[in-house]
Design a protein around this ligand. Structure first.
Ligand SMILES: Cc1cc2nc3c(=O)[nH]c(=O)nc-3n(C[C@H](O)[C@H](O)[C@H](O)COP(=O)(O)O)c2cc1C
Length: 184
């Protein structure tokens, strides 16, 4: 089974990318083949229908779509910006939605977030669901939000054992579902 993972932050020291790395290594420990990308690999212009009419889908969007298509499932780890989906990630989702069939169609998807605050970015994940569902992704009912994330990760691990166990359980259930939900 192959999972494509990335974080919806372009920041070099991104807490969400750190959480994506932790999730990736947990999945690898369960013999999952993980393709972990940096969001900056897919730097794309702001969506503009005129640009699409003239130039088509940007290469960076197609590259992201191809990486998604090659995977059996997706893990998206994203901050919330102002209780919503960060602009760069929403922009990427909007560009992806111009490709048919949707690259996300039939892909089991696990959402996670990290934030220094006490809510952990969970509202941004709720806001992400409608677009991804519309684009055919099978989004896990449970998601993982790491509050006070700036203090909760060290040496590639979650320092709180209870939270670490909760995440392990979610990933175990997600990989089981992904293995059984191969919709082509
Ligand atoms: C434009 C902007 C809006 C933000 N809005 C929220 C928010 O609504 N809730 C929250 O918990 N943190 C918010 N933050 C703080 C982010 O959670 C914090 O910067 C986090 O580290 C960003 O994720 P990253 O480390 O992966 O880049 C916001 C940050 C920015 C730059």
């Amino acid at each position: 089974m192959r999972i494509f993972a990335f974080a919806g932050s372009l920041r070099k020291e991104s807490l969400n990318h750190q959480l994506a790395q932790i999730i990736s290594s947990k999945l690898q420990d369960s013999n999952v083949d993980v393709d972990l990308a940096k969001f900056s690999e897919f730097n794309m212009p702001l969506f503009d229908g005129d640009l699409q009419s003239v130039s088509g889908i940007p290469d960076s969007t197609q590259k992201l779509a191809d990486r998604i298509s090659m995977a059996d499932g997706l893990v998206i780890v994203s901050p919330e910006y102002n209780h919503g989906v960060p602009g760069p990630l929403k922009n990427a989702i909007d560009w992806l939605s111009r490709i048919r069939p949707f690259p996300t169609a039939g892909k089991p998807c696990f959402l996670a977030s990290a934030a220094p605050g006490l809510v952990g970015g969970t509202r941004g994940l709720i806001a992400m669901r409608p677009a991804l569902s519309f684009m055919g992704a099978w989004i896990s009912g449970e998601s993982f939000s790491l509050a006070q994330a700036n203090q909760m990760m060290a040496e590639g691990k979650i320092v709180n054992d209870e939270l670490d166990k909760i995440l392990n359980g979610m990933l175990e259930r997600f990989t089981k579902v992904t293995a059984s939900l191969q919709i082509k």
